[in-house]
Design a protein around this ligand. Structure first.
Ligand SMILES: Nc1nc2c(ncn2[C@@H]2O[C@H](COP(=O)(O)OP(=O)(O)OP(=O)(O)O)[C@@H](O)[C@H]2O)c(=O)[nH]1
Ligand SMILES: [Zn+2]
Length: 184
């Protein structure tokens, strides 16, 4: 599990590094508070997507299911700054579906970690493929990275879009286009 003592000590060092007075009133509880916040922001490290995807329901029609505009907040592993945006998931069942909320829960499992957007996109797609055994999966994420907006190159409003396809979505461009049309 997360070692809050280590994080607390680390944040104290960080504050000292900045040149702050760690004993001034406003900062007294900050290291401990940040450790509690990190426990929440990185909770996905200790979660398994399979736990959310194990309960499935039978369906007769294997029509495409789309859950779009799933808002997420993650942290980029290069700068430990937030990146956030929307995940759009499409899949073609193979006789079974999961509860819709479980798609959003799967997103949370992978967002609540130090991440790369490309990696997060693929992890969500693979978790669905491995657990739901659908005919195909497509995951699209559009996000804004604070390491691109508030520092460095400073390009507010720039969006990073990643797409991962698995199964039938990888071969069938018409299917992909139906998905893109519907999430637009
Ligand atoms: N591919 C990818 N790159 C990311 C992601 N998040 C941040 N980055 C990039 O990671 C790179 C790290 O580059 P470095 O040159 O090592 O770090 P830096 O000097 O802070 O880079 P600048 O941001 O260009 O100032 C930057 O180009 C970031 O834009 C992500 O999710 N995916
Ligand atoms: Zn970054």
């Amino acid at each position: 599990m997360i070692d809050k003592k280590k994080i607390t000590a680390g944040v104290k060092l960080l504050l000292e590094g900045i040149g702050e007075d760690v004993y001034r009133e406003g900062l007294l509880e900050t290291p401990e508070r940040v450790s509690r916040m990190y426990e929440e922001l990185f909770s996905g490290m200790y979660e398994d997507a399979s736990a959310h995807l194990s309960k499935r329901f039978h369906v007769k029609n294997n029509e495409m299911v789309i859950e779009k505009d799933i808002v997420f907040y993650s942290m980029c592993e290069h700068h430990m700054l937030p990146f956030y945006g929307k995940v759009h998931i499409g899949y073609i069942p193979n006789g079974e579906v999961v509860g819709l909320s479980k798609l959003a829960r799967t997103v949370e499992v992978f967002a609540r970690r130090l991440q790369l957007q490309e990696q997060m996109t693929a992890q969500i797609a693979d978790a669905l493929m491995d657990n739901l055994l659908p005919k195909g999966v497509i995951v699209m994420i559009d996000a804004e990275h604070m390491c691109m907006t508030m520092r460095g190159i400073k390009k507010p409003g720039s969006k990073t879009v990643t797409v991962v396809t698995r199964g039938e979505f990888s071969q069938d461009e018409t299917l992909q286009n139906r998905f893109f049309q519907m999430v637009k």
